[in-house]
Design a binder for this molecule. Sequence first.
Ligand code: TXA
Ligand code: MG
Length: 322
Amino acid sequence: MAAAVACLRAGGLVGLPTETVYGLAALAQSEDAVRRVFSVKGRPADHPLIVHLAQASQLPQWGRDVPEYAQRLAWRLWPGPLTLVVPKQESVPDLLTGGQDSVGLRVPSHPVALTVLTGCGPLAAPSANRFGRVSPTSAAAVAEELATHLDERDLILDGGDCAVGIESTIVDCTGGSPRVLRAGFYSDDVLEEASGVALSQPQGVGAVPRVSGSLAAHYAPRTQVTLMSAGDVSALPDSRVRTAWLLAMSSEQVAAEVAPRRATRPGTADEYARTLYATLRSADHSDVAEVIAVPPLGGGIAVAVRDRLRRASAGSGSQTAT
Ligand code: TXA
Ligand code: MG
């Protein structure tokens, strides 16, 4: 962690563990380092980055006229898997915000991330994957995504497997009430309870430009991902199931005669989220022709898992990495 702080201070990039997914971090105040984040990721310049802070008390340095409900969210749910989009202070560079007049802020709860943030100050960090691909949830996955694009100035910190496994909930706090831009760990109920106000309804995919996670085909592996119910899986021909990887909750009943060679059977929606990206990644390394996923039912993080599965399915099956 000390080496990571030194690396960041010298303008290098760090693959940084957080509780959601690994980030590719640069000192928020270093324009050159932040520019390299965009090129290493292959990310369009108008996509804003999340600025990671060590503590909620730093919110007023970045956000201007932050609504009271947003302050309540920050104080109640930070550190944690939550990003707040708030009106930005004039001093916040356009490079970080994609030219928008708002900035995304988050205090992660991973102890390694907090230690590094305390040592070197605010860090701009998108997920540490190439643009459009599956977010990394381990240090090895960061290396797989980015090693050929990083150089001797940079390093990857190993903080173990991410506890949440999917990206933070993003809440737009620029209006009269909070609005979820990207589903995540926190359910609407928790957000309403913590903010003290009712959520505005989401405006749907495409209504919010420049939230890259809102593109239909995002978080996509190369292997084809197909979504279906357990009943439909049971009706598939044996030839198709034998070459596939089945991903379904252990509570889902799949006919016994359907015998996939490989199956991942999370017992809870939390476990589904935690293992989802690693499963998609291993499928890309294997000879399976298809991942057949039965989405988890219910609210809370299951909503976010269904969202990521839909996007993985929309963008999957392409042989060309972006
Ligand atoms: O869990 C996470 O949020 C991870 C970890 C590393 O913190 N980070 C992450 O960053 O997922 P990224 O860049 O892959 O996704 C952040 C999303 C992007 O879709 C970006 O467009 C959106 O946040 N975003 C950031 N600032 C925004 C703003 N001012 N307005 C609207 N969307 C914003
Ligand atoms: Mg991302």
